[in-house]
Write a protein that binds this ligand. Sequence first.
Ligand code: AMP
Length: 457
Amino acid sequence: MTFASLGLRAELLRALTDSGYTIPTPVQAQAIPLILQGHDLLAGAQTGTGKTAGFTLPLLQRLNATTPNPGGSRRPVRALILTPTRELAAQVEESVRTYSKYLPQNSVAIYGGVNIVPQIRALESGVDILVATPGRLLDHIQQRTVDLSRIEILVLDEADRMLDMGFIRDIRKIMALLPVKRQNLLFSATFSDEIKDLADRMLNKPMRVEVARKNAESELVTHAVYLSTRENKYNLLIHLLVDEKVGQALLFTRTKHGANRVAQQLVQDGVSAVPIHGNRSQPQRTKALADFKSGAVRILVATDIAARGLDISQLPHVINFELPNVPEDYVHRIGRTGRAGTPGEALSLVSSDELSYLFAIEKLLKKPITRRTPKDFTPAPRRVGATADSPYPRPEMPQVPQGSGSRGGGRNAPSTQSDSRPRRSSGFGNPTQRPGGGQSSPSRPGSSSSMPPRRPR
Ligand code: AMP
């Protein structure tokens, strides 16, 4: 099968050739013809499947096939793509630009954390395709700097993530402002009752497309677990980076504070590393990602939310410094490697208090993950360059009772909070009795209820 056989126009085929893509991925092969025919779509596809091109290409074709571009200064926004995170908005908009380079349509990404004025100017000068996070889009709506009354196509990208992050009310508010007659495309990696409910409200006789969860089960990804005490994790990490020559890696922690600490310690130990999470400013996040993509930074230390949907090609390693407490997040994390035909490795450093998370992940993957013993590793008490107050190894701290408001972070308790959001049920018990009694507090399904959902603006 070729892109031409899917009925895409010459300008799009040319842009695809420039990108080096010749064969449509399964989601593209299924979704493109249906979208071209004007159907609403409910698509089960996660990041890494090529879903962005799967909706962008036919969207561009339809905008060109229907009303000719009115031109002039204030042309109306005709397509709206909503994404859960700023990074994803920027990334999707970049794809739109790539595929539309031989077409007259233009696009802009609007998201929070950056100056709103250039976004207002761009909207004033006329935009065909808007890629937005819900929070900042609502800011524009309130300021009347955007008009959504001429939207022809609405895309919800990573809809499950948007609901996880508490965006449902924002999405409803935005949908209420759109014309009733429009084409709706909903992409989601999972289908909870909430997603089905949203799909029922939003979609009109949708066609369904589902592609296999490809990344975690991909033959290209090798999974391995290193069992470790919590205190030895950092030393083990250094061992992997130095002795086992793990090169560039995306490293995950469960908390923002944990991400800062690991990144800081790595830098002190001479490894270029930078954190990316919700407490960093948008310019910092953008720079961190750009430096990692360019190879200037070896380790990008991320929390789950910040890394959502990131497309980093040819990433050989994902390291779970801490396992996620929601097993699906493991799949999302691992989806960053083993892409586009290049092999990848997913290495997890697992302490005894995380074993229940590991078992839940193995259950989801329907296979055990190989346990590996590091070669010639002696758990050294210190690393080269470590300072007296270095975060790892860290002292054991008593377990803080749930709902106490503090998460065991001592003085600055809020900074130990995880990248918090209303979570799905993790499907397994909360290990309140943790053998290691470690300091890090996994975000618990019940514990996030006291916190407002994070809204990227
Ligand atoms: P996505 O799932 O949209 O995040 O895309 C994952 C990656 O696959 C991105 O780097 C795309 O540029 C790339 N990609 C998309 N379509 C194709 C294709 N047909 N062939 C090869 N790579 C592709």
